[in-house]
Design a protein around this ligand. Structure first.
Ligand code: CA
Length: 239
């Protein structure tokens, strides 16, 4: 498990003036193993960014002090932050602002109110693209936690023992909560070069995975979508 502050812990700066949203983001990012710093004002964020460059910035568009737009523009001009991944948060109705954001070099944007798992997936994807080694060590959904480094899965206090295929399958599904993967896609990403493997193999392993993670009347985080495939339930642990 990664310790906060260790050299491999990705550092994320959250710039958001809505306290409740900033807290929610911090809580979820820390649960995934990131080190989070926070700024409520644009000018405060600029001072922090001048002192040290994080691995990713989540930047609200409308901020007191200096706007998200201006911060992003300045980051792109500065050599040290030219490639720093930036995710913009915009409110509904700011569509033209989004276009403006992407045009000045934001890497991604989400519209409020957004799904936290979806934002977490985007954070992971941007970090992976920017620095493949700096991906969060942990995937968390409610009481279910997958630790990539320790190759360990826990549900609450219970250790869950998975075979290597079930582990990769769960990891793959948890990385994109809500996204439905076809059996063919799963074979391709989890089994690799699997042209010769029957698609029913996927069902067998999903069955084993379910049996391992769901006991008694516990909620099943895996969704079977008839005729389509499988997904990790994005509402798991949220409702
Ligand atoms: Ca705001």
């Amino acid at each position: 498990m990664m310790e906060a502050g260790s050299p491999t812990t990705p550092r994320i700066l959250v710039v958001e003036d809505e306290a409740a949203l900033a807290l929610l983001l911090t809580y979820n990012l820390e649960a995934e193993g990131y080190a989070v710093s926070r700024a409520e004002r644009g000018d405060e964020a600029e001072i922090m960014l001048a002192e040290s460059v994080p691995d990713l910035v989540i930047l609200d568009w409308m901020l007191p002090g200096v706007s998200g737009f201006e911060i992003c523009r300045r980051l792109r001009v500065r050599e040290a932050t030219r490639d720093l991944p930036v995710i913009i948060l915009t409110a509904r109705g700011e569509e033209s602002e989004r276009v403006r954001g992407l045009s000045i070099g934001a890497d991604d944007y989400v519209v409020k109110p957004f799904s936290v798992p979806e934002l977490m997936a985007r954070v992971r994807s941007l970090l992976r693209r920017a620095r493949p080694e700096r991906i969060a060590g942990r995937l968390q959904a409610g009481e279910l936690m997958l630790d990539r480094m320790a190759r360990r899965v826990r549900r609450g206090e219970r250790d869950i023992h998975l075979g290597p295929t079930e582990f990769r399958l769960l990891e793959h599904l948890m990385e994109k909560p809500g996204r439905v993967f076809s059996r063919a896609q799963l074979l391709d990403s989890v089994w690799g070069d699997a042209a010769e493997i029957d698609e029913r193999t996927v069902d067998v392993h999903v069955g084993r995975l379910r049996k391992a993670i769901v006991r008694g009347r516990e909620r099943d985080p895996l969704r079977t979508v008839r005729g389509a495939g499988y997904a990790f339930d994005e509402t798991f642990g949220k409702a």
